[in-house]
Design a protein around this ligand. Structure first.
Ligand code: G3P
Ligand code: CA
Length: 432
């Protein structure tokens, strides 16, 4: 029986559409988190894939030296800078919602003291999500980021959308009833229940904590999800065979500090089947030490710098010609000695005077230091930025702080930004 023309036509179009639909469905499925053994996930927003043999770059609190930590701005910047994994700290609201914030209080990274003046000490657990969502989580870092909000865990996962890995830290689980179960419930909802790979090939989910009982409890509930047991002082890098053997039965990784470890120590820990994650480091020289010592994961606030170092590219190219030459972090006497004390020496690498109005400096702890308005740095000369009080000179500015901010032990990092808040240079030093 010959079917009327229009029926034949309709059938043809239906066939074409269903073929197209099938094709779309196929790509969507493959785009979602792929199982560990999948070969090449599709192109990611950041375009770069995790390279075998190269440390996977974890972005500490997002790109937290170029935007306020743990906000949409910091995580979008981290993704744009090629971060493989986004790290964030978890807290829990009064109404039991998991939110992403480092401290147990809202005081440092939001305007809670202003909005809720009578609610000291502004502990996260004492506020509902609706109240927390009223807060500005950007201006404390820089007025240009006014309006950033504290993210819920779900919003953080959504903004990442499988493009990169996620490393939530159970920060202070003993403060938050049922936090571990809450996290497990969320991960189950997202299907992040085993060693998945994000679209960039990095681990999709990795749960970390300094709280060993909480991490063991988490592992018991979701044994296939990778975990990182954190411990101050990095004792596991020199732990006994017994300790490392036991650790490898339930956790996936431990942390080490590259300024204290050696490649053979890293290899020994890895020989127990454990991965090794670095301390948070930003300085190009220490970043390359992490790669050369064979760490599996590199933790940094500046994923763009880390990726450049790992790809043998110049990490930061000053556009104007002013660099951080050196840091005097522990002068004789007080670090904030009036007219003296600790300072950062900038150097003009050009033959022309450069105006420094609007330039700023930060150190690892995020203290903002001004460089001095209408200050000019002469060609090929130094300009000193003091932390403490004093009277400005043509070649020096005093910030008037009452306590030193430049670390006198282990390492510290100083970041220089131009008047448009673009990071011009970063400088790391070994203090002890
Ligand atoms: O996760 C390791 C690192 O994030 C721990 O330090 O204080 O930034 O959470 P903190
Ligand atoms: Ca953390």
């Amino acid at each position: 029986m010959r079917l009327p023309g229009f029926i034949v036509q309709r059938l043809r179009t239906a066939l074409v559409c269903s073929a197209a639909l099938a094709a779309v469905a196929a790509t969507l499925v493959s785009a979602q988190a792929v199982s560990a053994d999948a070969s090449t996930p599709p192109e990611t927003a950041a375009g770069r894939q995790v390279k075998r043999g190269e440390p996977v770059v974890w972005s500490h609190r997002g790109a937290s030296k170029n935007a306020p930590e743990e906000t949409t701005a910091a995580y979008q910047r981290a993704l744009a800078d090629g971060a493989d994994v986004l790290e964030g700290d978890l807290a829990q609201t009064k109404d039991g919602v998991l939110v992403v914030i480092h401290d147990n209080t809202l005081a440092r990274t939001t305007n809670a003291e202003e909005v809720f003046p009578d609610r000291a000490p502004w502990n996260v657990i004492d506020f509902t999500l609706a109240e927390i969502k009223q807060l500005d989580a950007g201006s404390w870092w820089d007025p240009a980021f006014a309006g950033q909000r504290i993210l819920t865990l779900r919003e953080w996962f959504q903004l990442t959308g499988g493009r990169a890995g996620l490393a939530p830290e159970l920060k202070s689980p003993t403060l938050y009833p049922g936090m571990v179960e809450n996290l497990v419930k969320e991960l189950r909802a997202w299907g992040y229940t085993h060693d998945l790979k994000a679209r960039n090939g990095a681990p999709q989910i990795w749960v970390q904590s300094f709280d060993e009982p909480a991490l063991r409890q988490f592992h018991a509930l979701l044994p296939k999800v990778p975990t990182l047991l954190l411990r101050s002082g990095y004792p596991f890098m020199t732990a006994t065979d017994e300790v490392l053997t036991e650790l490898a039965t339930w956790t996936t990784a431990v942390a080490g500090n590259p300024v204290q470890t050696t490649a053979s120590q890293v290899a020994r820990v890895q020989s127990f089947g454990l991965k090794v994650v670095s301390e948070v480091e930003d300085g190009p020289s220490i970043l390359s030490m992490i790669e050369l010592q064979g760490y599996d994961y590199l933790f940094t606030n500046v994923p763009d710098v880390a990726k450049a170092v790992l790809n043998d590219k110049t990490p930061l190219r000053t556009t104007h010609g002013v660099v951080i030459d050196s840091v005097v972090y522990n002068p004789d006497g007080s670090d904030v000695e009036p007219g003296g004390g600790e300072y950062i020496a900038l150097r003009n690498t050009t033959r022309r005077p450069i105006e420094l109005t609007g330039y700023t400096l930060r150190e690892f702890g995020n203290t903002l230091l001004r460089v001095g308005d209408r200050a000019v740095i002469e060609p090929g000369s130094f300009y000193k930025v003091y932390v403490g009080p004093g009277t400005d000179r043509p070649d020096a500015h005093f910030n008037g702080l009452t306590t030193g901010v430049l670390a006198n032990t282990v390492t510290d990092h100083v970041y220089l930004y131009d008047s448009k808040r673009v990071m011009e240079d970063l400088y790391s030093y070994l203090a002890s």
